[in-house]
Design a protein around this ligand. Sequence first.
Ligand SMILES: [Zn+2]
Length: 188
Amino acid sequence: MQTDIPPRKANLAGFRESERIKTLDLPQDGRWASITQSIHAAMKAGHNADVRRACAEFLQSASAFYGVSDCSARVLAARPLRVREHWTSELFGDYTPETMLIRVWMRTAVRKEVTSFGTFLSTLCHEFCHHLDFQKFGFKDSWDTSGFYERAAVLYHYARGTPPKKLFWMPVVGERWRIDWQRTNRSA
Ligand SMILES: [Zn+2]
């Protein structure tokens, strides 16, 4: 998990703004935990139709809470082989702003590894945060900035019902950052 390279001038202000916003409003009632538990149960049982239904329910409820247009999701058994270049670092999902469509897949294309529930839910939250970037924050583009990962993590832990973690970052080449998991997990 690395942040994107900062864009050229025209988009740099949006990128910096995305870095600055590190949190999201959340409902007070823990309303998504039961939905995500049913995603987990359906994955364990191998009932793909139920996984799809529960994902749609989660996205609908989240879109309503944030006051944004509904986005739809396609849950695919395996990752398509053709994935847009821009998203190749996204192992398990993508989001297309023009169609407001999220795709998540339960297996990688090549090695057929099964996605764990944690990875699957984290991907769903990650892609939903791209939706929020366009629809709630009004960004012209959506980048994986450090702030973006913070927002996605806030949503993920809340939706899963696990305590949030403080993320620690370390710089990598090319003005990019990655999460320092050792420090992050040690402090949790
Ligand atoms: Zn992303």
